[in-house]
Ligand binder design. Structure first.
Ligand code: ADP
Length: 330
């Protein structure tokens, strides 16, 4: 209702995926921006936690913002901005590092997974990969956020954010709203089409199992039709035993507004299911692709949206971050 604040973000680490859309962005556009003071952020600082290319980062940050607008975020209704444009995130992040413990950072699943990936590639693990959740907590808490609409992969980080808010408030006096994560009912975790035990992620090296929002219809069809399915032939919704088919049913249900269990009963072959999934995804992404073409033709309009967004975000964040500095004795 009135007074509710919503904050969420995406990393500019590549084109947005179907997982980003179904797990988060679609609901930001269809629901969240209409019912609350909502802020959506391209979290470019978070992209520095793993190896990156400076020229590319600037380009993909604007690209990510363009995609958010194409996906339906309306700058008349919500605030769209880039994290590094608002220095309050960095100021508060340090206070969060001084609130969190080393042990609770090391327990984060995403840290363990990404650190293992970096080490497997022979690279070193940046310290910021470990402290990532402190910056994320700052992103959220700076705005007095009540709700954080995210995919399930982010649940643990939001839980930690809650712990940090409570701890800070206990130590230094009531400063932060304690936020909660909200997840979509269906497709809160979209799986990779080629590796249905892992999530569909935009930074995956192998992209055959990842559908991107701007994939041409032919590409979407090819990826879906080649999706890995499970042993057996009949279509049944068994997420544990048959993650490949369950994933396709989740995607179809999310696209059409149906129920994955009930949808399973309508199909007697994987082929027919895949065909319908492909068409449903193509139809859902069609307006996003069309809006994107218009926006990409006018990049200065996107820059103007981001400038206005940063001003608005800064004005909302500054008083609370100033109060936090004062509360700790700075
Ligand atoms: P990625 O992991 O693809 O780089 P981000 O970390 O930028 O994505 O996350 C942006 C939003 O998309 C978050 O709310 C995240 O929970 C959601 N999200 C990312 N991947 C998936 C997925 N496979 N299924 C559901 N939601 C996802």
């Amino acid at each position: 209702g009135a007074g509710t604040r919503i904050f969420s973000g995406v990393q500019p680490t590549g084109h947005l995926t179907l997982g980003n859309y179904l797990g988060a962005v679609r609901r930001w556009a269809e629901v969240d921006q209409h019912r609350a003071e909502a802020l959506f952020c391209v979290v470019d600082l978070h992209a520095l936690t793993v190896e990156h290319d400076p020229a590319r980062l600037r380009r993909v940050s604007r690209q990510a913002a363009t995609l958010l607008l194409a996906a339906g975020l309306d700058p008349e209704l919500c605030t769209v901005f880039v994290q590094s444009h608002v220095e309050e995130h960095l100021r508060l992040s340090y206070l969060m590092e001084c609130t969190a413990s080393d042990g609770e950072m090391r327990r984060m699943i995403q840290y363990k997974e990404k650190a293992a990936r970096e080490q497997a590639r022979g690279g070193s693990v940046r310290l910021s990969l470990l402290t990532y959740p402190a910056l994320m907590a700052a992103d959220i808490l700076a705005y007095g956020t009540h709700e954080v609409p995210v995919g399930e992969d982010q649940a643990q980080h939001v839980e930690l954010t809650r712990d940090l808010a409570v701890r800070f408030n206990q130590r230094y006096g009531a400063t932060f709203v304690v936020p909660k994560a909200t997840h979509p009912v269906v497709a809160a975790r979209v799986r990779d089409l080629q590796e249905p035990t892992s999530k569909m992620g935009k930074s995956h090296a192998r992209t055959a199992g990842v559908v991107y929002l701007l994939d041409e219809p032919e590409v979407v069809r090819k990826k879906v039709l080649r999706a890995v399915t499970d042993a057996g032939r009949d279509v049944a919704y068994e997420p544990e035993q048959r993650p490949g088919v369950a994933n396709l049913l989740n995607v179809l249900a999310a696209c059409t507004g149906g129920d994955p269990r009930r949808l399973a009963e309508e199909y007697d072959s994987y082929g027919a299911l895949k065909k319908d999934v492909a068409e449903a995804v193509v139809e859902m992404l069609r307006p996003v692709r069309e809006r994107h073409a218009e926006l990409a033709a006018d990049p200065s309009s996107v820059d103007a949206v981001l400038r206005r967004g940063a001003e608005r975000a800064r004005s909302l964040a500054r008083p609370r971050v100033d109060a936090a500095f004062e509360a700790v004795g700075l």
